[in-house]
Ligand binder design. Sequence first.
Ligand SMILES: *[C@@H]1O[C@H](CO)[C@@H](O)[C@H](O)[C@H]1NC(C)=O
Ligand SMILES: *[C@@H]1O[C@H](CO)[C@@H](O)[C@H](O)[C@H]1NC(C)=O
Ligand SMILES: *[C@@H]1O[C@H](CO)[C@@H](O)[C@H](O)[C@H]1NC(C)=O
Length: 372
Amino acid sequence: MTSQASAEAPLLPISAQLQKAASGQSLGRSGCHSWKRAALICLFSFGLIAVAAYGLKTALQSRASQSILQNRASSSLSEYSLNFLVVGDWGRHGLYNQSLVATQMGKVGDELGIQFVISVGDNFYDRGLTGVNDSAFSESFSDIYTASSLQTTWYAVLGNHDYMGDALAQLSDEIAQHDWRWFCRRQFQLSFPLCNGVNSRHNAEACSDSVDMFFFDTTPFIDAYWENSTTKHYDWRGLAPRAEQLQSQLQDLDAKLQASTATWKFVLGHHTIRSIGSHGDMSELKSEVDMYVNGHDHILQHIKRTDSAIHFVTSGGGSKSYAGLRSYDDDDGVQFVHEGQGFLAVCMTATSALLTFYDVYGVALYSYTKDL
Ligand SMILES: *[C@@H]1O[C@H](CO)[C@@H](O)[C@H](O)[C@H]1NC(C)=O
Ligand SMILES: *[C@@H]1O[C@H](CO)[C@@H](O)[C@H](O)[C@H]1NC(C)=O
Ligand SMILES: *[C@@H]1O[C@H](CO)[C@@H](O)[C@H](O)[C@H]1NC(C)=O
């Protein structure tokens, strides 16, 4: 696979990590689907469907939805160029099904040959980490996501719960010494080349497309967190005075979006912009981007409204779930929602992005292809 990540913004010694992610995990894998693999999978899913016809309703549902993904992949006959998983709201010492989700992420990550994992925040419950040596880091991260496919870089942002502990610890290089996979920053940008066609990875011209991912720190934007409270404390160390902080973050994002010439632009952050989950909507993203991906609501959700070109994708099912949904109507643009644990897989070519949500059993519940 051709994945070269270039991280802008706070450049600390991470090149070793990035190289490891770019070479170790991505070479020698067949990507989302090579020809042979696609044929095998087709055969396999055909067999499964045959069995399911006699089987339980649930079995039928799960296998049918898996075959949606597999048929799409085989019909295109082209390799996906970039594959990754997105999970949010997870660190609970393996409890609340965190371990089960982790196991399924490992399996799907292996099938897809993922290049990296993205965490959209609320990495450690209930109150972030106490410091760089907090054992919660290993008990909720290193000891949980043990599958070989997950031994790749985890690009993480902070969520509100992370800000309730020592936020600087998660951002530090020191913590990455406990587990090299960890890369967490407030705001950063990654760029990946995208190729089209089988064998295209050796052909530079076939890889002239790219995706830019803009990671954004949403927590300082929530008014309620700045109100004085005796029960909740947020670690705002390292930030400018609030008004200045928010303005500079927005200007920075805007400038980077303007400057980007990438084929695809994704913005990723912790809080929802559009959601029917218990936390609800936040203010609208002004810029033209393809997708905004977040956590915060502990659900899996795809929203695409007719009044905006942006796809809003929530992947907040890393552990505890079932907080309830708001009622909604057609105007809300809800394409899919699942109240329960799970995660998102993204498979990209130069001209398409395949989104698939998996549940706690590893069943592909929903998949959607956005073509350019
Ligand atoms: C774990 O997942 C199963 C299946 O969705 C669900 O029934 C169960 O309530 C979950 N457990 C917790 C603690 O969320
Ligand atoms: C964390 O542990 C390391 C190794 O034991 C130690 O050198 C370092 O001072 C500790 N850091 C803190 C902040 O306690
Ligand atoms: C919170 O308390 C501090 C110090 O007591 C005060 O300066 C600040 O204005 C208060 N903020 C709000 C939003 O009430």
